[in-house]
Design a binder for this molecule. Structure first.
Ligand code: CA
Length: 227
């Protein structure tokens, strides 16, 4: 995995040092930028496999960094945000970031997020027609969903929600992304559609919101299918 390069864009030196140790101990190559502009340059010249981006940078707003990178690159972007900055987090995801970790973060959680993003990049889930997660299987071509071998009947919308989460397994998908993709851009704010659909999907899959096997809730932000 040493050919997998992680670019960290973060102005705080202690956090960069911490991330270097975490990234290198996981077997990834590490590079860093302490300013947004330099980060965008390095994202272009070094072609990293993952960008870890602090939203609070002195020279550029984190969302501007995401937009600048997204003009030409689909490299996964993992955002570091401070606790309780929900609006900022959601705006970053909607600007094109793929996931976030809240500071202060646990190393295990950070590495799990990084691995999920890098793995999906190396073997895009979208190219597989059947996605299997534990005893859940989702056939994207025939729209057949099974749990423990038994077919589960989902409505078209429920299937579309589950399929979108499955294509991004392990990654966070925002309410807005789900609503826009499944119900259309005019319904981006209709969070109740999604809440109801997720409730039905969980019920049909035998998943428990309080102790989920499949669908994790990121309160106020979105949902994530376990990887
Ligand atoms: Ca900062």
């Amino acid at each position: 995995m040493a050919d997998t390069r992680i670019l960290v864009i973060e102005d705080e030196a202690p956090i960069r040092r911490f991330l270097r140790i975490a990234v290198e101990s996981a077997g990834f190559a590490f590079s860093e930028a302490e300013r947004g502009r330099l980060g965008v340059e390095k994202a272009a010249t070094e072609a990293p496999d993952l960008v870890v981006l602090d939203l609070g940078l002195p020279d550029m707003d984190g969302k501007q960094v995401i937009s600048a990178i997204r003009e030409w690159s689909q490299v996964p972007i993992l955002v570091l945000s401070v606790r309780d900055a929900e609006t900022e987090k959601i705006a970053a995801l909607d600007a094109g970031a793929d996931d976030y970790v809240t500071k202060p973060f646990a190393t295990g959680e950070l590495l799990a997020r990084m691995r999920a993003l890098v793995r999906n990049r190396k073997a895009p889930a979208v190219e597989r027609s059947t996605i299997v997660i534990g005893d859940l299987s989702i056939d994207l071509a025939s729209h057949v969903v099974r749990v423990g071998g038994s077919e589960v009947k989902l409505t078209r919308k429920e299937f579309d929600v589950l399929a979108l989460l499955a294509r991004h397994a392990g990654r966070l998908v925002t309410h807005r992304q789900l609503l826009a993709s499944v119900w259309g851009p005019a319904h981006e704010e209709d969070a109740h559609y999604l809440r109801i659909a997720i409730g039905h999907i969980r019920e049909k899959l035998g998943d428990d919101a309080g102790n989920p096997r499949f669908i994790l809730t990121e309160p106020g932000v979105g949902y994530r299918l376990v990887d």
